[in-house]
Design a protein around this ligand. Structure first.
Ligand code: SAH
Length: 454
């Protein structure tokens, strides 16, 4: 590298990385710049140089890309959430579709091109869930907001544009409760103090709201004051709970929840079905996007009367139940006990009887089902970011389903798994990217893997 720290250069941004940074080349040397848009010509200050690349910061936009817009959020360049708030949404969608196609080809050896990317009407205020860290700033003021990129410093913000508008007054009410009562704030360094996070969830189609305080303890002072403040803030609050997290960890939620007021769960309506969700159960964060995703997954599943569907990593049962009208039997597998409880309740809440839900690790359950001789016609896989284990892939292939519908929030682990599925006889035949996370670097993908004729 000839570039040095503190150099000032003129740079044209040519592409975006999957981390949302702009990339340009200066005399063939790669420079990454945050908040830059392909097509921008920038004056850039070099802040870091390593062996193969440099990192720069925008000093001045000399000629903006045709896709550059002015960010409408005060904290978007500091907070780790929105990577694309300074870019037209159409351009973001094209980038995401291209990324999914490229990574599937590069890592997965997948030849098919993604279909048109699916996106929600308005890419704002879509998040039905907020996990807000609570901390103290240098002056000792209580701050609630978001971690700044790659750090644990909290950027104070109570009106994030991605989250549902109902959350902002609730966050303010919790802050007021903290300020007006003898409540301590958790400190990551000393592992002392009580309040760690505010965790909110809202059912978009019922309006139901859950407020959860994640605490380093199992009780809070002046409980009734919190309840009074919250219930006076929003009459749709149906559930106020504590989540106990006494661990020295970055994992936000502990495994125990205690209901302080109201219900233990909230409900939402998705794809015409009613779902009950516990604080510890996974539930997709963008409900409008989820309907697009599940609809496409159902199309790919092509279920016929008499088919058995295996829904692996089923959470509260949402995907499988949304397909139940087309199948003879749904078998769901999920590791979190509360989520499996929800899945069972959700089946009966919707009068769906042809279901069996198993609380187990995917790999063990897949092997067990294989040894029972279960022959699903279609398998849905919706694993966490890290993807499926080789065991799961082998056991699923061993059941010899006709089709596998793979839903993933990480196109890279999906691609790796698609390559493994090819070795056991399954080829990707259809792909759709779904923009479940507008303005952020994340994108969801749904793939159809079809059994190759033997
Ligand atoms: N299909 C659901 C949930 C997808 S998220 C939906 O659309 O809402 C992934 C789910 O996998 C989570 O519910 C998580 O608890 C579960 N999970 C994670 N690791 C698992 C494992 N090893 N075995 C089974 N389930 C697992």
């Amino acid at each position: 590298m000839t570039l040095k720290k503190n150099d000032d250069i003129r740079l044209e941004i040519t592409t975006l990385t999957n981390q949302g940074s702009g990339l340009g080349r200066f005399n063939d040397e790669v420079v990454f710049v945050d908040s830059a848009v392909p097509g921008d010509i920038l004056d850039v200050h070099i802040i870091k140089v390593s062996k193969n690349y440099a990192i720069g910061k925008i000093n001045k936009v000399i000629k903006p890309s045709k896709n550059r817009i002015v960010s409408d959020c005060d904290v978007s360049t500091r907070c780790g959430g929105c990577a694309y708030r300074h870019m037209k949404y159409d351009a973001e969608l094209l980038e995401k579709k291209k990324y999914v196609g490229d990574v599937l080809q590069r890592i997965g050896g997948v030849a098919v091109q993604p279909e048109e990317i699916l996106s929600i009407e308005k890419p704002e205020a879509y998040r039905n869930k907020a996990l807000i860290p609570v901390g103290l700033d240098e002056k000792g003021n209580v701050v609630t907001g978001f971690y700044s990129r790659k750090t644990h410093r909290i950027i104070d913000c109570d009106n994030c544009k991605l989250q549902m508008e109902e959350f902002s007054p609730i966050i303010k009410a919790v802050k007021r409760y903290i300020l007006e009562n003898p409540v301590t704030i958790y400190d990551e360094k000393t592992h002392k103090g009580l309040i760690r996070h505010i965790y909110l969830r809202r059912g978009r189609n019922t309006g139901d709201i859950m407020v959860c305080l994640v605490v380093n303890g199992d009780n809070i002072p002046s409980k009734q004051k919190l309840i009074d403040l919250l219930t006076a803030t929003d009459e749709n609050i149906k559930s106020i709970v504590l989540n106990v997290n006494r661990e020295k960890t970055n994992v936000v939620l502990g495994t125990q929840t205690i209901t302080l007021w109201g219900e233990d769960t909230i409900e939402d309506i998705l794809c015409g079905l009613r779902f009950r969700i516990s604080p510890l159960s996974f539930y997709q964060v963008n409900p409008e996007g989820t309907e697009l995703l599940y609809k496409r997954a159902k199309e790919y599943a092509e279920l016929k009367d008499g088919d058995i569907l295996l829904d692996m990593y089923c959470g509260a049962g949402t995907i499988g139940l949304s397909m139940a009208d087309k199948a003879k039997e749904i078998i769901g597998v999920e590791i979190i006990p509360e989520a499996i409880e929800n899945a069972k309740e959700n089946a009966s809440l919707n009068g769906i009887e042809n279901t069996r839900f198993i609380c187990a690790d995917a790999s063990g359950a897949a092997k067990e089902l294989l040894s029972e001789g279960i022959k699903p016609d279609v398998v849905v896989l919706d694993p966490p970011r890290k993807g499926c284990s080789k065991d799961v892939i082998d056991a699923v292939a061993g059941m010899n389903p006709q089709r596998i519908v793979y839903v993933s929030c990480d196109a890279a682990s999906l691609s790796r798994d698609c390559a493994l599925f090819r070795e056991v006889g399954y080829e990707v035949t259809k792909v759709t990217a779904v923009d479940m996370f507008p303005r952020t670097i994340h994108v969801e993908t749904v793939c159809l893997l079809s059994r190759k004729d033997k």
